[in-house]
Design a protein around this ligand. Structure first.
Ligand code: AGP
Length: 599
């Protein structure tokens, strides 16, 4: 998973700031290393790249000064090849006249590299982006220097899902190909560009051209042309005008995007409820859910989005008596891929709408003839375009790698759907934004106090019962993701079946409890406290529960279905404050990427 951006302009100029701006917008896709390259009018290539975040590498290598009329930026999330200078992209071919960068996974990378070496090519690293460049190089020479032919031939050799952008120093065009990974072209004034996603080109132009799999896009200063990779035929496609917002990623006075996004939750939840009350998509979505009849509805997602699916399954069951099966993307294929059919419905949930593990499952569902419903935050994403009907999460840009506001809105959306399936009045949910606001205010200091205790532990547990089980998983994931401590979320009654042996003096266990489940949870609390563990409750005020625990994160009173959503907030805050206390940047935790377009 990486991000690529390429631009060609009508005159040589300082390109650095444009490459950096687009690169920063792609940084959510990877930040292990970054590179920028420009080509001057005389064909000279200026390639600068290094390990680390774009702000740091740019300052060190002076990206802003880079000059040329063609340019490529690449943000890397390492798969093949450790983060290093050699594996940072863009890459040059053996003699340095081809320049390219990729996003995705070339799965026969190892075999291809061996082939290049046996043919005497100069292979500098182990990264599959370099493989894309060499794959074109060997056909470029055989095809008399014709880039289009060389790219088409390279496509036959490269297995996997990827997109790459490439240029030759003496060919006054940029070329890019899409096979499974995101790619969109922008048509500007005196410039044309191509990128892994739409937001990174919106500051330059709103005129866009969608690129489909199996297409090569050729960019010159004058225009953009599309060709089929299969037969080389020219493809005609109308450009589109994008009139959505150009969102600017700013922290708005908060020290981190994560904290800002936590504080945005009350507002985005209100906006989502408003949207659900008015969108015509909702009726189609509900019709598709109801058309499933007595068959279970599959709720498919990964990571945080999977936790929302799990909560959705509890809501569907407890509120509407509808059976739903929460399942991870790849697990859906392995567990149900041979048994689902035209009578089945699956709801695919993804913030980015680009998670490959989810899109692979969509593909299987399509092949089996089932209904594909999408729940996504990024409009224009692949999931949006491949769903029969979709509902947006309406959260705006989520920059921070740990998902916060999109989880809350996924939960709100499932709760709303369950209400509708149950025939209940959704006006009951109108209190939710204010309750979220109250929760954020009420638990901020409490979360900091709890963090003072837990921050020195490298190992802890979150326990939830029923409706709060998904919140325990989510709290644990958030904590693992941004503190580097080990934390597990478990259904509380399962703790005694093994993990209880971890408990010793002072060992922290957080118990997230919904109204109505307190007495059951007190049993599970006591199994921990009698063994010396430190019990921390996350729940609405409850005297008996309070007298059984050491610390209490008090969420406002609400009904048992809203309560898990509220309890999410202190869990996010504990993870956030613990991350900051450990000197970690919660927005960009090591080794991770906001959007995972690889298997
Ligand atoms: C959440 O904090 C994580 N960054 C991660 O688990 C994420 O939820 C997962 O990769 C799925 O992403 P998606 O919602 O964009 O599909």
């Amino acid at each position: 998973m990486c991000g690529i951006f390429g631009v060609i302009t009508d005159q040589e100029q300082i390109l650095g700031p444009m490459l950096i701006e687009s690169g920063k917008r792609l940084a959510y896709r990877g930040y292990d290393s970054v590179g920028c390259a420009t080509v001057a009018a005389n064909g000279e290539i200026d390639l600068r790249k290094g390990v680390g975040r774009i702000e740091d590498v740019s300052a060190e290598l002076d990206f802003p000064a880079m000059r040329g009329y063609r340019g490529i930026t690449q943000l890397r999330w390492a798969t093949f090849g450790a983060p290093s200078y050699e594996n940072a992209q863009p890459h040059l071919d053996s003699d340095g006249d081809l320049l390219g960068a990729h996003n995705g996974n070339v799965v026969n990378n190892v075999q291809m590299r061996a082939l290049f070496l046996s043919e005497g090519l100069t292979v500098r690293g182990t990264n599959d982006g370099e493989t894309c460049v060499h794959a074109v190089e060997r056909h470029f020479d055989r095809n008399g220097g014709q880039m289009l032919k060389a790219i088409r031939a390279a496509y036959q050799d490269l297995e996997g899902d990827y997109a790459f952008v490439i240029t030759h120093k003496d060919d006054h065009r940029l070329y890019a190909i899409k096979k499974g990974s995101g790619l969109v072209a922008g048509l500007g004034d005196g410039l044309n560009c191509v990128s892994s996603d739409l937001p990174s080109i919106l500051p330059l132009t709103r005129r866009i051209l969608r690129i489909h799999d199996g297409e090569i896009v050729v960019l010159s200063p004058e225009g953009v042309e599309l060709y089929s990779v299969h037969d080389g035929a020219r493809i005609e496609r109308e450009e589109e005008w994008y009139d959505g917002p150009i969102e600017v990623a700013e922290k708005g006075g908060y020290p981190h995007f994560m904290l800002k996004e936590i504080h945005e939750q009350p507002v985005v939840a209100g906006e989502l409820l408003h949207l659900l009350n008015s969108t015509p998509h909702l009726g189609h979505f509900l019709d598709a859910l109801e058309a499933t009849g007595d068959r279970p509805i599959y709720l498919v997602g990964c990571g945080t989005s999977y936790h929302a699916c799990l909560l959705g399954a509890y809501y569907f069951n407890q509120l509407a008596g509808v059976a739903a099966v929460p399942v991870l993307g790849p697990q859906f294929i392995e567990q149900y891929g041979e048994s689902v059919g035209p009578a089945d419905t699956a709801v695919f949930v993804s913030q980015s709408g680009e998670t490959k593990d989810v899109l692979n499952a969509v593909k299987v569902m399509r092949e089996r003839g089932g209904r594909v419903l999408g729940v996504l935050n990024v409009l224009g994403s692949t999931l949006m375009n491949t769903s029969d009907v979709y509902l947006p999460l309406a959260c705006g840009y989520e920059i921070s790698v740990p998902a916060t506001k999109t989880f809350v809105n996924q939960a709100v959306l499932f709760l709303y759907l369950a209400y509708r399936l149950a025939g209940r009045d959704t006006a009951e949910l109108d209190a939710l934004p204010e309750l979220l606001e109250l929760t954020t205010e009420a638990t901020d200091e409490q979360a900091q106090a709890v963090t003072d205790y837990v921050k020195d532990w490298d190992d802890l547990y979150y326990l939830g019962y029923g409706l709060t089980h998904p919140i325990a998983l989510e709290g644990a994931l958030k904590l693992k993701e941004i503190t580097y401590a080990h934390c597990e979320g478990i259904f509380s009654s399962e703790f005694k079946h093994g993990p209880l042996s971890a408990v010793h003096d002072g060992y922290p266990v957080l118990f997230i409890t919904a109204p109505g489940d307190e007495m059951m949870m007190i049993n599970h609390v006591n199994e921990v406290t009698v063994r010396g563990g430190r019990a921390i409750a996350v729940a609405a005020e409850h005297p008996e529960l309070r007298s059984n625990v050491h610390d209490y994160l008090v969420v406002p009173d609400s009904d048992r279905f809203l309560s898990p959503i509220l309890a999410t907030v202190p869990a996010q805050l504990v993870a956030y404050y613990m991350s900051v206390a450990r000197g970690i940047d919660p927005d960009f935790p090591r080794n991770l990427s906001k959007t995972l377009t690889v298997d």
